[in-house]
Design a protein around this ligand. Structure first.
Ligand SMILES: NC(=O)c1ccc[n+]([C@@H]2O[C@H](COP(=O)([O-])OP(=O)(O)OC[C@H]3O[C@@H](n4cnc5c(N)ncnc54)[C@H](O)[C@@H]3O)[C@@H](O)[C@H]2O)c1
Length: 252
């Protein structure tokens, strides 16, 4: 996939949660190619350090569920780069609960704490910092499963992705008068480690899912990263509260 270096994000410091893998890792690489100073934040230490080294950025080990971890991340980013101009919140986990599963509070808590609480803490802590400096842009990664029709059976995961839409909309309206923009990307199926396990587990179901995508293929992570770069950039100065579906036509 095409990666055209530019100065689109020159000198902007951007935190990318989930930056060690998949969509987050591709976003780190792409933002760096647009001139951004990237702060790779992830629970995975070794992989995160490698991505940060490749992107010429900073790695901060981070647990998106923990308010204190967010405060440390903000401090580390400011100490390194003086300010934080952007946040791409891509940390996420797949759930394991369908309607027919045995009730599983542990799976619920794990999925909701990363995918929903993690997004909420990001807009609260980084959003409030951006409000204080009267500038900034936040991009939250939801999912096309957060749009009708209900295309996934992973009922807890889907509920968290609808929640991301709600959190982003409330934050967008609240922060808009202060010059801070908040937008959401809703990816369709993307070829990342998150779904690699599902492909191995049920190749037939996966083939059916792929065939149901009008473009007849999965997205590459960089195709989601391009959308994030746009939403962070000055090409999107009047875009806030928006939901950008990047799904090869899946929910069309
Ligand atoms: N891959 C897809 O098809 C797809 C589709 C729609 C939406 N998404 C969403 O995109 C985002 C990125 O997913 P991906 O496919 O790149 O997955 P991935 O598994 O490749 O990457 C997720 C990253 O999040 C990190 N992470 C998990 N828990 C964390 C925590 N508590 N604190 C900090 N980091 C944590 C992981 O270590 C990992 O590096 C997720 O929110 C996912 O739900 C993915």
């Amino acid at each position: 996939m095409v990666q055209i270096p530019s100065q689109l994000l020159s000198d902007r410091a951007v935190i990318v949660t989930g930056g060690a893998s998949g969509i987050g890792a591709a976003t780190c690489q792409l933002l760096a190619s647009h001139g951004a100073k990237v702060i790779v934040a992830d629970i995975q230490d070794q992989e995160g350090r490698q991505i940060a080294a490749d992107a010429g950025g900073l790695f901060v080990q981070h647990d998106t569920r923990d308010p204190a971890s967010w405060a440390r991340l903000l401090d580390a980013g400011k100490a390194a780069f003086g300010t934080i101009d952007g946040l791409v919140a891509a940390a996420g986990v797949k759930g394991n609960t369908t309607l027919r599963s045995d009730p599983d509070a542990a799976d619920f808590n794990r999925t909701v704490s990363v995918n929903q609480l993690g997004i909420l803490l990001g807009v609260q802590i980084i959003g409030e910092y951006m409000r204080s400096q009267a500038k900034g842009a936040i991009v939250n990664i939801a999912s096309a499963t957060g749009m009708p029709p209900a295309i996934s059976k992973d009922i807890v995961y889907v509920s968290t992705k609808w929640a991301v839409r709600g959190i982003s909309r409330v934050a967008a309206r609240d922060l808009a008068p202060c010059g801070v923009r908040v937008n959401t990307i809703l990816p369709g199926l993307v070829m990342t480690p998150m779904i690699a396990g599902s492909i191995d587990a049920d190749a037939e179901q996966f083939a059916r899912a792929k065939a149901s995508i009008p473009m007849q293929r999965l997205a590459e992570p960089i195709e989601i990263a391009h959308a994030a770069a746009f939403l962070l950039s000055d090409m999107a100065t009047y875009v806030t509260g928006a939901e950008l579906v990047v799904d090869g036509g899946l929910v069309a």
